[in-house]
Design a protein around this ligand. Structure first.
Ligand code: SF4
Length: 65
């Protein structure tokens, strides 16, 4: 099964909360108002949805092998 890496650019994240609402198992909003990735049970489709819907394209999902 393919492995994926999920990255977030906190510099461009505007804290809109879309990722946390699309993919609450993997994203939560931090005290600094930015999104934080929680890597416990990573659902790649959910994270791809979050990446596609992030208004600032701050989320990257890449296959790593
Ligand atoms: Fe930040 Fe993008 Fe998540 Fe919005 S959807 S909180 S801009 S990472």
């Amino acid at each position: 099964m393919a492995k994926y890496r999920v990255d977030i650019d906190k510099d461009t994240c505007i804290g809109c909360g879309v990722c946390a609402s699309i993919c609450p198992e993997n994203w939560k909003m931090d005290d600094d108002g930015k999104a934080n990735f929680i890597s416990k049970e990573s659902d790649v489709d959910c994270n791809k949805d979050a990446a596609e819907n992030c208004p600032t394209t701050s989320i990257k999902v890449e296959e790593v092998g």
